[in-house]
Design a protein around this ligand. Sequence first.
Ligand code: 5RP
Length: 222
Amino acid sequence: MTQDELKQAVAEAAVEHILPLLEEDTIVGVGTGSTANKFIDELAKHKHLFDGTVASSEASAERLKGHGIPVYDLNSVSSIRVYVDGADESNDQLHLIKGGGAALTREKIVAACSEEFVCIADESKLVKVLGDFPLPVEVIPMSRSYVARELVKLGGDPVYREGVVTDNGCHILDVYNLEIVDPVTLENQINSIVGVVTNGLFAARPANVLLLGTQSGVKTIK
Ligand code: 5RP
C-alpha cells in the first residue's frame, strides 16, 4: 500500500471508530492536513447522523462546508465529543508533534476541548523519540527573532517558515535537531517563552487513541 492508501485506510477506520458516538446533538472536532481531509470526505457520508463540527483551520472548515456539513464557532458549542486529526510524529505514549500544516494552535485548542482525541496516521509517523520532524512553534510576528534566540538556548536550530502566515496572523519557526526525550517538560518550557503562541508538542494533552495505518492493517494503539 502507498502512504496515500494507508491514510485512506485510517480515515475510514476513524469513521468506524466514532460512528457509535454520533447522535443528533454530537459535535465532532476536525483536524487539518491530508489525512484529516480524507477523514472529512469519509465523515460526509454520515453527515445526517450528527449535529456538526468545529474545524481546526479555515481550510478544513471550507472542505466541511463543501460537503454540506455545519461548522460551528468553538465559542458557540459547549462540548466536543471527539476530535480526529493527523500528526507529523507520534511516540508510543501518543505524545505528538503537529503543525506541519501550520494549524497547531487551533488544533491544540480543539484537542483541549474534546472528550476524546483520535489521532490518525500512517506508520511512517510512529517514532521512538520525537524530534526528527522539526518542531513547529507559532509566534507573534514581532517576537520571531527573540523567540528564535531562546530556542537556540534550548538546544534547537529554529528556521523561519518564510511566506507562511497562520490563520491567526502569526508566523512559524520550525525547530530542527531537538531530541525530545521529555515532551511534557519541553512543551511547557517553549510555551513559557514570551511571544510564543503555542508549540507543536501535544504531550500535556496527548491523543487518547492512535489509529496507525500499516501494511498489515490499521492498528489501534492506546
Ligand atoms: C497540521 C497538522 C497535520 O495533522 C500534520 O501536519 C499531518 O499532516 P498529514 O496528514 O498531511 O500528513 O498538524 O497542522
